[in-house]
Design a protein around this ligand. Structure first.
Ligand SMILES: Nc1ncnc2c1ncn2[C@@H]1O[C@H](COP(=O)(O)OP(=O)(O)OP(=O)(O)O)[C@@H](O)[C@H]1O
Ligand SMILES: [Mg+2]
Length: 213
């Protein structure tokens, strides 16, 4: 991956080759600026690599049209990214219900699942508040509840526990672990959290855009 700007071209990733096993908790670690978010964005189809390909569930997503990619992401991937991407006009519960609706889960079933997800991240009492009225850690937890809605096959997370107190961090970790081990969900995440290293199946290290395992 090369970023091009007025200042010239910057090679953020060099010859990266990574295979992730289904149902694994796969971590991506490395110093600041090493290319972790870049790699995660490419694997999620948010960023198009300058060279190379990405296969998700046997499909080459780097060949997909924009529309097909957006649809594929909605159906298969739950995102927990830096900056949360919550819809500001919707409450925490509505943010979760929106994703369930896209996946065909509506009405009572959607309300029940939303309630359960918000309880799991410890946010049931803030269900009707909008992101602007939540703290950083609470926004993070709302984003996590939304990412888990409708059991995605793949969860991609960038520092999911960074803004959390130790209790919510612990809950999120057990939730991710349960999804991977009981639902066969693949979890791919960037983290510096040693508690996540403890539950990880594999860890890949990036250094200056080069992957070491
Ligand atoms: N849009 C961009 N244009 C130019 N360079 C970029 C762009 N985005 C990232 N970079 C550069 O690419 C490199 C990798 O950035 P990236 O955000 O992937 O790092 P990171 O490992 O996620 O770091 P951090 O731990 O600080 O989040 C950095 O040197 C960064 O300056
Ligand atoms: Mg980053």
């Amino acid at each position: 991956m090369a970023y091009r700007s007025k200042a010239g071209s910057f090679r953020a990733l060099k010859g990266v080759n990574l295979e992730v096993q289904q149902g694994d908790i796969q971590l991506l670690m490395g110093p600041s600026g090493s290319g972790k978010t870049t790699l995660l964005s490419i694997l999620a189809g948010i960023l198009t690599p300058t060279e190379g390909s990405v296969f998700l569930f046997e499909e080459e997503i780097t060949k997909f049209s924009k529309e097909k990619l957006a649809q594929f992401r909605l159906q298969n991937i739950g995102f927990i990214f830096q900056g949360f991407n919550l819809f500001p006009a919707l409450s925490a519960a509505e943010n979760v219900e929106l994703i369930l609706g896209i996946k065909g889960i509506r009405g009572k079933a959607a309300r029940q699942q939303t309630q359960m997800l918000l309880e799991q991240v410890g946010l049931a009492d803030k269900a009707n508040q909008k992101p602007g009225d939540l703290s950083g850690g609470q926004k993070q937890r709302a984003a996590i509840a939304r990412a888990l809605a409708g059991n995605p096959r793949l969860i991609m997370a960038d520092e999911p526990t960074a803004a959390l107190d130790s209790h919510s961090g612990h809950n999120v970790i057990s939730l991710l672990r349960k999804l991977a081990k009981e639902e066969g969900c693949t979890v791919l995440m960037v983290t510096h959290d040693p508690r996540l290293v403890d539950v990880a199946d594999r860890v890949a290290y990036l250094e200056d855009g080069v992957l070491r395992r």
